[in-house]
Ligand binder design. Structure first.
Ligand code: FE2
Length: 319
């Protein structure tokens, strides 16, 4: 059982986290992390794919034997790097052209070469700020030392100030460790890295459901533009009605193993398909759900390349 336990923050880290996030959030996060590990290997939800470890092994064996692994593994390391302009109401003219590198679902410890492939693809990618929307670890449980080692190697390749949130594969103990590497984690918190640019980050809304836009946005000044980092797009309605201008998300992997033409067989996301991949819009809010940089469960991709996105923010006339 020991190797499946979730690592816990140290006593000092716990004090800091409670002070910053509130004792209820910390208690919920750590409590659900613990229950998740117990559920997976105890008497939990037997039909969840992650719980069915023998099925995972069988699937991996099948992909190896069928040759799908040999085809799909290289495809999972060939990142599509692209820049896109996005009009953001409220963005001051002085910030027109500000670029934001968006990485998500890196699952850095999935395989020995996952991080190397990402570092190679990031060569020459320029941006003013880096944002990461969760899922740094391959598994949803177990040790975090491997992912911390990989992140230490990746960090020098991330341009500008760096911000992150936690996904459903991550645990709270990773947050102070990442902050020690100069990555500011936003756990139902907000920061303004530039005058007129408010960056808001919520904890995982998919599995942990301990996201609180209300807590994150309390005390934000009026005006400027509001960019939300959320692991999954599932809270798009709440975000739009909270006055978010741009929402950046991941989690879906774009389907990861898709049919020809890129049609996703499954998104594992409780929201309409149009919000599960690429650019979308809901009411006045723009959104982007990245297909992610890495893989989970199976280390392959088909008809769904991993992506590295640079969002170039453009001031728009909101009249
Ligand atoms: Fe993921």
């Amino acid at each position: 059982m020991h190797r499946y336990r979730q690592p816990e923050p140290t006593a000092d880290q716990l004090r800091m986290l409670r002070q910053r996030l509130g004792s209820v959030h910390v208690r919920q996060r750590l409590g659900i992390e613990h229950d998740h590990a117990v559920d997976l290997f105890g008497h939990g939800r037997l039909l969840h794919p992650e719980n069915w470890l023998s099925a995972q092994s069988l699937l991996r064996a099948l992909t190896r034997i069928s040759g799908m692994a040999a085809l799909g593994r290289p495809l999972a390391r060939r990142h599509r790097v692209h820049r896109r302009d996005v009009g953001v109401p409220g963005l001051p003219l002085s910030l027109d052209g500000l670029s934001m590198l968006h990485l998500t679902d890196m699952h850095l410890d999935m395989a020995g070469d996952t991080t190397d492939a990402l570092i190679d693809s990031l060569a020459g990618v320029e941006a003013d700020i880096t944002v990461m929307t969760g899922d740094y670890r391959a598994r949803t449980y177990g040790p975090i030392d491997p992912v911390l080692r990989h992140m230490r190697r990746l960090r020098p390749h991330l341009p500008g100030d760096c911000f992150g949130i936690l996904g459903n594969h991550d645990c709270l103990a990773m947050a102070p460790a990442f902050e020690g590497m100069g990555i500011r984690m936003l756990l139902n918190e907000a920061l303004s890295p530039r005058d007129g640019l408010h960056l808001i980050g919520v904890d995982d809304p998919h599995y942990y459901r301990v996201d609180s836009l209300e807590r994150a946005m309390t005390g934000l000044p009026d005006g400027g533009c509001r960019v939300l980092l959320a692991h999954s797009p599932e809270i798009f309605r709440q975000a739009a009605h909270a006055g978010i201008d741009l929402m950046l998300a991941g989690h879906t992997h774009g389907g990861q193993v898709c049919l020809p033409g890129g049609f996703a067989m499954i998104y594992d996301c409780d929201c309409p398909r149009r919000y599960c991949r690429g650019a979308w819009r809901y009411r006045e809010m723009s959104g982007y759900t990245s297909a992610g940089c890495g893989t989970s469960l199976l280390d392959i991709r088909f008809f769904c390349p991993p992506e590295i996105v640079v969002h170039v923010l453009r001031a728009v006339d909101s009249q």
